[in-house]
Design a protein around this ligand. Structure first.
Ligand SMILES: Nc1ncnc2c1ncn2[C@@H]1O[C@H](COP(=O)(O)OP(=O)(O)OP(=O)(O)O)[C@@H](O)[C@H]1O
Ligand SMILES: [Mg+2]
Length: 225
Protein backbone atom coordinates (compact mmCIF):
# COMPACT_ATOMS: atom_id res chain seq x y z
CA UNK A 1 0.00 0.00 0.00
CA UNK A 2 2.85 2.39 0.77
CA UNK A 3 6.01 2.14 -1.32
CA UNK A 4 8.19 3.25 1.63
CA UNK A 5 6.72 0.64 3.91
CA UNK A 6 8.35 -2.73 3.42
CA UNK A 7 6.78 -6.11 4.12
CA UNK A 8 3.61 -4.94 5.84
CA UNK A 9 0.94 -5.32 3.14
CA UNK A 10 -0.80 -8.20 4.91
CA UNK A 11 -1.02 -6.48 8.28
CA UNK A 12 -2.10 -3.16 6.72
CA UNK A 13 -4.88 -4.98 4.85
CA UNK A 14 -6.00 -6.76 7.99
CA UNK A 15 -6.02 -3.57 10.04
CA UNK A 16 -7.81 -1.65 7.34
CA UNK A 17 -10.51 -4.29 6.95
CA UNK A 18 -11.16 -4.22 10.71
CA UNK A 19 -11.28 -0.41 10.88
CA UNK A 20 -13.61 -0.17 7.89
CA UNK A 21 -15.91 -2.65 9.64
CA UNK A 22 -15.93 -0.48 12.78
CA UNK A 23 -13.58 -2.57 14.92
CA UNK A 24 -11.11 -0.55 17.01
CA UNK A 25 -7.52 -1.68 16.44
CA UNK A 26 -4.46 -1.61 18.66
CA UNK A 27 -1.06 -2.08 16.99
CA UNK A 28 0.91 -4.04 19.59
CA UNK A 29 4.67 -4.40 19.57
CA UNK A 30 7.96 -3.57 21.26
CA UNK A 31 9.85 -0.33 20.73
CA UNK A 32 11.22 0.10 17.21
CA UNK A 33 9.31 -2.80 15.64
CA UNK A 34 7.54 -0.47 13.18
CA UNK A 35 4.23 0.51 14.81
CA UNK A 36 4.46 4.19 13.88
CA UNK A 37 5.43 3.34 10.30
CA UNK A 38 2.38 1.10 10.05
CA UNK A 39 0.11 3.65 11.77
CA UNK A 40 1.20 6.30 9.25
CA UNK A 41 0.60 3.95 6.32
CA UNK A 42 -2.94 3.26 7.52
CA UNK A 43 -3.59 7.01 7.94
CA UNK A 44 -2.26 7.68 4.43
CA UNK A 45 -4.59 5.05 3.08
CA UNK A 46 -7.51 6.57 4.99
CA UNK A 47 -6.72 10.03 3.60
CA UNK A 48 -6.41 8.75 0.05
CA UNK A 49 -9.76 7.00 0.27
CA UNK A 50 -11.64 10.02 1.55
CA UNK A 51 -11.79 9.35 5.28
CA UNK A 52 -11.81 12.22 7.73
CA UNK A 53 -8.99 12.01 10.26
CA UNK A 54 -8.81 13.11 13.87
CA UNK A 55 -5.31 12.29 15.02
CA UNK A 56 -2.56 12.95 17.51
CA UNK A 57 1.00 11.69 17.64
CA UNK A 58 2.38 13.15 20.86
CA UNK A 59 6.03 13.14 21.84
CA UNK A 60 7.54 12.60 25.27
CA UNK A 61 8.21 16.33 25.71
CA UNK A 62 4.51 17.08 25.14
CA UNK A 63 3.25 14.98 28.05
CA UNK A 64 3.76 18.10 30.19
CA UNK A 65 1.51 20.29 27.99
CA UNK A 66 -2.11 19.94 29.14
CA UNK A 67 -4.56 19.34 26.28
CA UNK A 68 -1.89 19.57 23.55
CA UNK A 69 -2.90 16.20 22.11
CA UNK A 70 -6.64 16.78 22.52
CA UNK A 71 -6.25 20.04 20.58
CA UNK A 72 -4.64 18.10 17.72
CA UNK A 73 -7.55 15.64 17.72
CA UNK A 74 -10.31 18.25 17.90
CA UNK A 75 -8.83 20.96 15.63
CA UNK A 76 -10.57 19.67 12.45
CA UNK A 77 -13.90 20.02 14.30
CA UNK A 78 -13.43 23.69 15.21
CA UNK A 79 -16.38 24.75 13.03
CA UNK A 80 -18.70 22.80 15.33
CA UNK A 81 -17.77 24.83 18.43
CA UNK A 82 -20.53 27.44 18.07
CA UNK A 83 -23.14 24.67 18.35
CA UNK A 84 -21.90 23.51 21.77
CA UNK A 85 -23.73 24.39 25.01
CA UNK A 86 -21.98 27.35 26.71
CA UNK A 87 -19.92 25.47 29.34
CA UNK A 88 -18.70 22.98 26.75
CA UNK A 89 -17.96 25.76 24.29
CA UNK A 90 -15.83 27.52 26.90
CA UNK A 91 -13.98 24.28 27.63
CA UNK A 92 -13.39 23.54 23.93
CA UNK A 93 -12.23 27.14 23.36
CA UNK A 94 -9.71 26.69 26.16
CA UNK A 95 -8.43 23.39 24.69
CA UNK A 96 -8.13 24.79 21.17
CA UNK A 97 -6.97 28.25 22.30
CA UNK A 98 -9.81 29.79 20.34
CA UNK A 99 -12.20 32.48 21.57
CA UNK A 100 -11.57 34.30 24.78
CA UNK A 101 -10.66 32.39 27.85
CA UNK A 102 -10.71 34.32 31.10
CA UNK A 103 -7.99 32.22 32.72
CA UNK A 104 -10.37 30.60 35.21
CA UNK A 105 -9.59 27.01 36.13
CA UNK A 106 -10.98 24.61 33.57
CA UNK A 107 -13.54 22.06 34.54
CA UNK A 108 -12.21 18.73 33.26
CA UNK A 109 -15.71 17.32 33.13
CA UNK A 110 -16.73 20.11 30.74
CA UNK A 111 -13.74 19.25 28.53
CA UNK A 112 -14.78 15.59 28.56
CA UNK A 113 -18.37 16.52 27.75
CA UNK A 114 -17.28 18.83 24.91
CA UNK A 115 -15.06 16.09 23.51
CA UNK A 116 -17.95 13.68 23.63
CA UNK A 117 -20.37 16.10 21.94
CA UNK A 118 -17.88 17.01 19.20
CA UNK A 119 -17.05 13.36 18.48
CA UNK A 120 -20.71 12.37 18.59
CA UNK A 121 -21.63 15.05 16.05
CA UNK A 122 -18.64 14.20 13.86
CA UNK A 123 -19.51 10.48 13.79
CA UNK A 124 -23.09 11.29 12.81
CA UNK A 125 -22.04 13.78 10.12
CA UNK A 126 -19.13 11.73 8.78
CA UNK A 127 -19.53 7.96 8.93
CA UNK A 128 -15.99 7.51 7.52
CA UNK A 129 -14.21 9.04 10.48
CA UNK A 130 -10.93 7.74 11.92
CA UNK A 131 -9.68 8.64 15.40
CA UNK A 132 -6.00 7.72 15.53
CA UNK A 133 -3.39 8.08 18.27
CA UNK A 134 0.25 7.11 17.92
CA UNK A 135 2.45 6.63 20.99
CA UNK A 136 -0.45 7.10 23.43
CA UNK A 137 2.00 6.58 26.30
CA UNK A 138 3.00 10.21 25.61
CA UNK A 139 -0.51 11.63 25.74
CA UNK A 140 -0.66 14.48 28.23
CA UNK A 141 -2.83 13.10 31.06
CA UNK A 142 -5.75 15.57 30.74
CA UNK A 143 -6.07 14.74 27.02
CA UNK A 144 -5.99 11.03 27.76
CA UNK A 145 -8.69 11.43 30.40
CA UNK A 146 -10.94 13.53 28.14
CA UNK A 147 -10.69 11.06 25.25
CA UNK A 148 -11.34 8.13 27.53
CA UNK A 149 -14.30 9.91 29.14
CA UNK A 150 -15.78 10.64 25.71
CA UNK A 151 -15.28 7.14 24.28
CA UNK A 152 -16.93 5.52 27.28
CA UNK A 153 -20.04 7.59 26.61
CA UNK A 154 -20.30 7.59 22.83
CA UNK A 155 -23.17 5.52 21.53
CA UNK A 156 -21.35 5.08 18.24
CA UNK A 157 -17.58 5.11 17.88
CA UNK A 158 -15.57 6.36 14.95
CA UNK A 159 -13.00 3.91 13.63
CA UNK A 160 -10.25 3.94 16.28
CA UNK A 161 -6.56 3.11 15.75
CA UNK A 162 -3.81 3.33 18.35
CA UNK A 163 -0.33 1.98 18.82
CA UNK A 164 0.75 0.25 22.02
CA UNK A 165 4.33 -0.33 23.09
CA UNK A 166 4.67 -3.75 24.68
CA UNK A 167 7.51 -5.23 26.69
CA UNK A 168 7.65 -2.58 29.39
CA UNK A 169 7.89 -3.37 33.06
CA UNK A 170 5.26 -2.81 34.35
CA UNK A 171 3.34 -3.34 31.10
CA UNK A 172 1.77 -0.19 29.63
CA UNK A 173 -2.01 -0.22 30.09
CA UNK A 174 -4.21 -0.42 27.00
CA UNK A 175 -4.62 3.24 25.96
CA UNK A 176 -7.87 5.24 26.00
CA UNK A 177 -9.69 2.43 27.79
CA UNK A 178 -10.05 0.65 24.45
CA UNK A 179 -10.36 -2.66 26.28
CA UNK A 180 -13.01 -1.22 28.59
CA UNK A 181 -16.00 -0.31 26.44
CA UNK A 182 -18.98 -0.46 28.79
CA UNK A 183 -21.42 -1.02 25.89
CA UNK A 184 -19.51 -4.12 24.73
CA UNK A 185 -20.21 -3.02 21.17
CA UNK A 186 -16.62 -2.34 20.18
CA UNK A 187 -14.51 -5.44 20.79
CA UNK A 188 -10.86 -4.52 20.34
CA UNK A 189 -8.64 -6.15 17.70
CA UNK A 190 -5.09 -6.42 18.98
CA UNK A 191 -2.87 -6.65 15.91
CA UNK A 192 0.60 -7.88 16.70
CA UNK A 193 3.30 -6.13 14.65
CA UNK A 194 5.80 -8.94 14.06
CA UNK A 195 9.53 -8.54 13.36
CA UNK A 196 10.35 -8.17 9.66
CA UNK A 197 11.97 -11.21 8.04
CA UNK A 198 15.61 -10.87 6.96
CA UNK A 199 14.91 -10.23 3.22
CA UNK A 200 12.59 -7.30 4.09
CA UNK A 201 15.14 -5.91 6.52
CA UNK A 202 17.72 -6.19 3.73
CA UNK A 203 15.49 -4.12 1.41
CA UNK A 204 15.15 -1.39 4.04
CA UNK A 205 18.90 -1.32 4.70
CA UNK A 206 19.63 -1.21 0.98
CA UNK A 207 17.20 1.67 0.49
CA UNK A 208 18.60 3.63 3.43
CA UNK A 209 22.30 2.87 3.19
CA UNK A 210 22.78 1.93 -0.46
CA UNK A 211 24.87 -1.10 -1.44
CA UNK A 212 24.34 -4.72 -0.49
CA UNK A 213 25.08 -6.47 2.79
CA UNK A 214 26.14 -10.10 3.04
CA UNK A 215 23.39 -12.59 3.80
CA UNK A 216 24.90 -13.79 7.13
CA UNK A 217 25.21 -10.18 8.29
CA UNK A 218 21.58 -9.39 7.40
CA UNK A 219 20.42 -12.55 9.15
CA UNK A 220 22.38 -11.63 12.24
CA UNK A 221 20.93 -8.09 12.19
CA UNK A 222 17.39 -9.50 11.82
CA UNK A 223 17.99 -11.81 14.79
CA UNK A 224 19.48 -9.09 16.97
CA UNK A 225 16.90 -6.47 15.99
N1 LIG B 1 8.02 -1.82 7.35
C1 LIG B 1 8.92 -0.84 7.32
N2 LIG B 1 9.44 -0.40 6.16
C2 LIG B 1 10.38 0.59 6.15
N3 LIG B 1 10.85 1.20 7.26
C3 LIG B 1 10.34 0.80 8.45
C4 LIG B 1 9.36 -0.24 8.55
N4 LIG B 1 9.07 -0.44 9.86
C5 LIG B 1 9.82 0.44 10.54
N5 LIG B 1 10.58 1.18 9.71
C6 LIG B 1 11.53 2.22 10.15
O1 LIG B 1 12.14 1.75 11.36
C7 LIG B 1 12.23 2.79 12.33
C8 LIG B 1 11.49 2.39 13.61
O2 LIG B 1 10.11 2.20 13.30
P1 LIG B 1 8.93 2.89 14.13
O3 LIG B 1 9.30 4.26 14.56
O4 LIG B 1 7.70 2.75 13.31
O5 LIG B 1 8.90 1.93 15.40
P2 LIG B 1 7.88 1.96 16.64
O6 LIG B 1 7.41 0.57 16.84
O7 LIG B 1 6.86 3.00 16.40
O8 LIG B 1 8.82 2.37 17.85
P3 LIG B 1 8.40 3.08 19.25
O9 LIG B 1 7.75 2.03 20.12
O10 LIG B 1 9.73 3.52 19.81
O11 LIG B 1 7.50 4.22 18.96
C9 LIG B 1 11.68 4.03 11.64
O12 LIG B 1 12.77 4.75 11.07
C10 LIG B 1 10.78 3.48 10.55
O13 LIG B 1 10.66 4.38 9.46
MG1 LIG C 1 6.34 4.77 17.42
Amino acid sequence: MDAALVGRDAVVERVWRALAAGTPVLLDGPSGIGKTALWRAVLDHARRTGWRLLSAAPTEAETALPYAALADVLRPLVDALPGLPAPQRAAADMVLLTGEHDGAAVDERAVGAATRTLLDTAVTDTPRLLLAVDDPQWLDPPSARALRFALRRLSRWPAVLATHRTGGNPPAPVPLGLDDDPTGRHPLLRADVPPLPAPDLHRILQARLGGTLSRPLVERLARDA
